[in-house]
Design a binder for this molecule. Structure first.
Ligand SMILES: Nc1ncnc2c1[nH]c(=O)n2[C@H]1C[C@H](O)[C@@H](COP(=O)(O)OP(=O)(O)OP(=O)(O)O)O1
Length: 178
């Protein structure tokens, strides 16, 4: 288990940066997820996203690129709503991952299965959290229920890749500089 001061040191290490975008249909109270078909997180339902590449001009551009690559649709109003950091407490050499979370309410195109993801709409009250990353159940409500229009930031400590050990999560007015 990491001591509090070790957690703080780890959080400050250079991070590997990712995006994750949720397409939300508020009117019908549903969210578009994809079943990951390959690689890290295979078999889990997740939003659409991936690593920010050097060729991506901005993090938002990376999020839009990943959505198009993975679900064949173009988000029209994506907005960053949260930032979460994943720390691998039993892998000291592995950098923390910083994931920028985006929400989009409108899009163009027709979602299609790709080599990486199988998209499917889920009602807000039937999100398959038992087949998702263990952190998701904690922060998804903050993305789906945006009436308060607050953003959020959190840190989730994992061991053995998928076991969530503990976390902190808070709502914020604006996202911190990283
Ligand atoms: N714990 C957890 N909760 C929610 N979402 C995630 C995690 N861990 C994660 O990795 N993720 C998200 C963050 C990213 O959106 C993806 C992982 O990206 P990945 O598919 O590895 O990145 P790509 O750039 O697409 O990778 P390649 O397949 O091209 O190598 O999951």
């Amino acid at each position: 288990m990491l001591r509090e001061e070790d957690k703080e040191t780890r959080k400050k290490k250079k991070k590997k940066v990712f995006t994750l975008l949720l397409v939300v249909d508020d009117e019908n109270e549903r969210v578009l997820l994809g079943e990951k078909k390959t690689g890290f997180g295979k078999g889990f339902w997740n939003g659409f996203g991936g690593k920010v590449e050097e060729s991506d001009p901005t993090v938002l551009a990376a999020a839009l690129r990943e959505l198009e690559e993975e679900a064949c649709i173009q988000a029209l109003d994506a907005k960053e709503v949260g930032r979460i950091t994943f720390i691998w407490i039993d892998e000291p050499e592995k950098p923390p991952w910083l994931v920028h979370i985006f929400r989009a309410d409108t899009y163009s195109g027709q979602e299609r299965e790709t080599e990486e993801m199988r998209p499917q709409w889920f009602p807000f009250d039937a999100i398959p959290f038992q087949q998702m990353w263990a952190d998701d159940q904690h922060w998804y409500p903050l993305v789906l229920n945006r009436q308060k229009r607050k953003n959020f930031e959190g840190t989730f400590n994992f061991k053995e890749v998928t076991t969530l050990v503990d976390f902190e999560l808070k709502e914020v007015q604006s996202l911190s500089m990283q």
